[in-house]
Design a protein around this ligand. Structure first.
Ligand SMILES: [Zn+2]
Length: 90
């Protein structure tokens, strides 16, 4: 999962430590943390699918993860799955 210290409040851009409320503006960060959690789960599903050789499933999970939360490692994972399951094979 993303390091909570790298999270920023979408309202005021203050750094968050994973708390459900922004320490500066008191914005509710729980929905954001939920999305980040779902992205982490999607990346894990992508990795498991890769290990099993389920290329299209891995790509679908990696694409979903990047839509939920774009990360550098997620981009690399998506690139790998795009090599394993290119559009031309669909
Ligand atoms: Zn804030």
């Amino acid at each position: 999962m993303t390091n909570p210290d790298s999270l920023k409040c979408p309202v005021c851009r203050a750094r968050s430590r994973g708390d459900v409320t922004c320490p500066r503006c008191a914005a509710d960060l729980e929905p954001l943390l939920g999305v980040i959690g779902r992205a982490a789960i999607a990346r894990q599903h992508a990795r498991v699918a890769l290990e099993k050789g389920h290329w299209r499933e891995a790509r679908a999970w990696a694409e979903t993860a990047q839509r939920l939360q774009a990360t550098p490692l997620g981009r690399q994972l998506r690139a790998l799955t795009r090599i394993c399951a290119p559009d031309s094979l669909e």
